[in-house]
Write a protein that binds this ligand. Structure first.
Ligand SMILES: Nc1nc2c(c(=O)[nH]1)N[C@H]1C(S)=C(S)[C@@H](COP(=O)(O)OP(=O)(O)OC[C@H]3O[C@@H](n4cnc5c(=O)[nH]c(N)nc54)[C@H](O)[C@@H]3O)O[C@H]1N2
Ligand SMILES: Nc1nc2c(c(=O)[nH]1)N[C@H]1C(S)=C(S)[C@@H](COP(=O)(O)OP(=O)(O)OC[C@H]3O[C@@H](n4cnc5c(=O)[nH]c(N)nc54)[C@H](O)[C@@H]3O)O[C@H]1N2
Ligand code: SF4
Ligand SMILES: [Mo]
Length: 749
């Protein structure tokens, strides 16, 4: 492919210092760039942490420098392309033909409208990937386009991630984004389940420089306990590590709640008058004594009781659970139980506990984000519930492959790579190749976008400005920060928001006849889209800051590119609940129905994860597969940076020495891992840092597929764990993907 590669600017051109942030992960670290030259030819010559940043305080990780690699990557698309299949000497050959924006937009609108006309609105599906939340233009302008599709077939990375957190926040605090954040800088006891912030840099807890913050916690006499089947980087620096059996956390958390009641350790304090159904919780957890669940969890009853006492006794303590306890069969029960523990010990809305934040632009209080709704409709084939207007992505492939009214025939992917990121990705890979039309808004031809008819590539992060609309809501300190673009974009390129604005405009015109509603309603929609569509995100930010009325202006933010400190977290629960006249119902109906169903599996050592396994399981010993993150990796899409993939291969299967001996396998040898849905081959890494009976593979690998245009990533391809994870293994309440404890069989390759 012929791309304009940013030419090196003259070595004697002046060097400028510019401040910005890294948007790759939730830590949103402040950065200082050295840029040589001017205009689109300018080159980034260094990337460093910004010491003046009040949140990240100079911290960065190795991925920050890769923002430069992304900017310079010759594989990154800088112009729209369309897929053309031609007859070559030895069969059909696929080629990506560069096209102009005008043709690209028209082809996309035509393809989508045609699918809708022929098969109905729900035949056009949308998948929005993780970077949508990290790139504010998608949030400010994406809805102008997506809302017009009028489809219920909406999917996102939320349902392979934090969906249980949103559901529980919606139930307890009235809003999907009302997620209390650990007050890590003041807490005296922190219990972390299924999170490894030392590698991930925190999640639903924007916490740059987390290692230093944990160190400070210990220095002030606090305690860190990590519950994880693997001895993670975070477990290694903790005061205590409990290697729980994967998928059994809900049982353990119920035993902690049980202990609080049994030992009269519940002290909700100031929360007391807000809590409803406390007794119902006590009754529901009564079967789950620490003795009853210890066989399941592998954590002995005495330890469980001690941990409950330590949490209740701390002058500011917090339970925090992330991926490992969200993406499992009991994800919603886990996240509910974590909130209940924090509430019953009086640690919600309390310094040193978990607090709602006070960002400069408060999407909850300013009503800029809907509170959420659950089960307003269900998926066509399996009957999985929607949340907040989205269906769980585990059902996407079956919605494409199952004929009938409403079958998905066209797809829009935006900043997502579901082939590598969602359970049974191989099945989805095949389903994508059978679609009538697909468009991807993405700057790479990767495992997913290779199936698109047209790819619309936006600018990359250093080429546009940024204000973090989401993660400043989740930060351990209240901070506000606006960053200008670091380098000028190349001529003829578009930002994500401009792509959406234009798609929205053209789609509205073409689909006019399909819209219901009066002419007046349709016109007013068009006018709103026309106005908002033309306002760049920073103009909307300026308006929002004014409306927020906290005396902050865009001008003030521009004057402080390092960020403005708004102070430590402070109690604000009243403002979130009070505004809604709401109390906290500790026992939502779905939990009331679910807990009795868990009594037998959780207290009698039966397998808790429900489905799968099948006949094969009876014959061969199964191990439980879990995931893994590495600080140099970022989901599926930063593996084209040589500096992030060099060195020892990281896509290896971790296995305990006892299991290796039982399987007669040796460190370093190639093994085949098989599950109900597929098999992959990977090198084995034998280590006692993982629990017996458990194996671990990282996600986001598996790049060596026909047509993928990622030169570096293909040379370090690895295998995809999601060729093993099972789309039928989901959380029982939300249908969020259950990536933890997938039954697998292992043999020498
Ligand atoms: N370097 C890097 N950073 C990232 C990302 C990345 O890909 N790479 N991705 C970003 C994204 S999108 C997210 S959502 C966050 C995620 O942030 P984290 O949740 O902190 O990330 P993980 O490292 O996946 O941590 C999950 C932990 O759960 C453990 N685990 C697995 N199964 C179970 C179980 O059944 N019970 C318990 N108790 N633990 C279990 C795993 O061993 C693992 O250590 O990270 C973000 N940051
Ligand atoms: N087994 C297993 N599977 C997992 C996980 C796990 O722990 N285990 N983690 C899950 C989690 S937490 C997540 S969040 C998902 C992530 O899953 P996805 O969101 O589906 O995948 P990403 O790897 O984040 O892919 C991001 C895509 O966006 C593109 N992109 C990057 N920046 C931009 C931008 O600014 N604009 C546009 N338009 N495109 C951009 C990239 O080129 C890439 O194609 O994976 C999930 N999958
Ligand atoms: S921790 Fe690394 S990837 Fe995450 S924001 Fe900071 S520099 Fe970027
Ligand atoms: Mo995520």
């Amino acid at each position: 492919m012929a791309h304009a590669h940013p030419a090196a600017s003259a070595a004697d051109a002046p060097i400028h210092t510019r401040h910005g942030v890294c948007n790759l992960c939730e830590a949103i670290c402040g950065l200082t760039f050295q840029v040589q030259g001017e205009g689109p030819q300018a080159r980034i010559i260094s990337v460093k942490g910004n010491d003046a940043d009040p949140l990240s305080r100079g911290h960065i990780c190795p991925k920050a420098v890769a923002l430069k690699d992304l900017h310079e990557d010759p594989d990154r698309l800088r112009q729209p392309v369309k897929r053309v299949v031609e007859n070559g000497p030895s069969g059909p050959v696929t080629r990506w033909q560069p096209i102009g924006w005008d043709e690209a937009f028209d082809t996309v609108v035509e393809g989508l409208v045609k699918a809708r006309e022929q098969h109905g609105s729900n035949a056009v599906a949308v998948y929005q990937g993780n970077p949508n939340v990290h790139n504010w233009g998608n949030i400010t302008h994406g809805h102008l386009f997506f809302s017009q599709l009028k489809t219920r077939a909406r999917f996102s990375a939320t349902s392979v991630d934090q969906l249980p957190h949103h559901i529980v926040a919606h139930w307890l605090y009235g809003h999907q984004l009302a997620i209390p954040i650990p007050d890590i800088d003041r807490t005296l006891f922190m219990l972390v389940l299924g999170g490894n912030p030392l590698a991930s840099n925190g999640s639903l807890m924007t916490v740059p420089d987390v290692r230093a913050r944990f160190k400070a916690l210990k220095a002030r006499g606090g305690k860190l306990v990590v519950v994880d089947p693997r001895r993670t980087e975070t477990a290694a620096i903790a005061d205590e590590h409990l290697a729980i059996d994967p998928g059994s956390d809900a049982a353990w958390l119920l035993s902690l709640i049980h202990t609080l009641f049994a030992e009269e350790l519940t002290h909700p304090g100031a929360l007391e008058p807000l809590l409803d159904q406390v007794r119902a919780v006590r009754d529901a957890v009564s079967p789950f004594s620490p003795e009853a669940t210890e066989a399941q969890t592998g954590i002995d009853a005495a330890t469980t009781r001690r941990i409950a006492r330590e949490l209740a006794g701390a002058a500011g303590g917090v339970v925090y659970g992330r991926m490992g306890v969200s993406t499992q069969a009991h994800g919603v029960v886990c996240q509910w139980a974590i909130q209940v523990l924090n509430l019953l010990t009086g640690n919600v809305d309390r310094e040193g506990g978990a607090l709602l934040t006070s960002p400069a632009l408060n999407l909850i209080q300013m009503k800029l984000m809907p509170p959420g709704h659950l089960d307003a409709w269900r998926s066509r084939v399996r009957g999985a519930p929607e949340f907040g207007g989205e269906l769980p992505v585990s059902v996407l492939a079956e919605e494409m492959l199952t004929p009938g009214r409403g079958q998905v025939r066209a797809l829009v992917t935006a900043a997502g790579n579901p082939v590598l990121s969602t359970p049974n990705g191989r099945q989805l890979d095949q389903a994508l190749s059978q679609l009538d039309f697909m468009v991807s808004i993405d700057f790479y031809v990767n495992e997913t976008t290779r199936h698109a008819n047209v790819i619309l590539p936006p600018t990359c992060f250093v080429e546009h400005d940024h204000y973090d609309l989401v993660f400043l809501h989740l930060a351990v300190r209240n901070v506000t920060r606006y960053s200008e673009a670091i380098v000028e974009r190349a001529p003829g390129t578009l930002h994500d928001w401009e792509i959406y604005s234009e798609l929205a405009r053209r789609y509205a015109r073409r689909a006019w006849a399909l819209e219901r509603g009066s002419v007046r309603q349709r016109l007013s929609g068009m006018i709103t889209r026309g106005i908002v569509g033309r306002l760049p995100p920073h103009r909307l930010l300026a308006l929002g800051l004014k409306k927020a009325g906290r005396g902050l202006t865009l001008k003030a933010l521009r004057a402080h590119p390092e960020g403005i400190d708004l102070g430590p977290l402070h109690p604000t629960l009243g403002a979130t609940l009070g505004g809604r006249g709401k109390r906290i119902n500790l026992m939502p109906a779905a939990i009331r129905r679910e807990l009795p169903q868990l009594v037998t599996p959780f207290t009698q050592g039966a397998t808790a994860s429900g489905t799968t396994a099948g006949a094969a399981a009876a014959e061969r010993p199964t191990l439980k597969l879990i995931g893994r993150r590495d600080v140099r990796s970022n989901n599926s899409w930063m593996h084209n940076s040589e500096r992030l993939v060099s060195g020892k291969a990281r896509c290896t299967l971790w296995m305990h020495p006892d299991d290796a001996a039982r399987h007669a396998l040796q460190d370093g040898q190639a093994v085949t891992v098989a599950s109900r849905v597929g098999r992959v081959s990977v090198p084995l890494q034998v280590t006692s840092d993982i629990r017996v009976g458990v194996v671990s593979l990282p996600h986001g690998w598996g790049h060596d597929r026909e047509g993928v245009q990622l030169q570096v990533a293909r040379a370090h391809a690895g295998a995809s764990i999601n060729d093993l994870t099972d789309e039928r293994l989901t959380d029982r309440i939300s249908a969020n993907a259950a990536f933890s404890a997938v039954p697998v069989w292992i043999e020498a390759a």
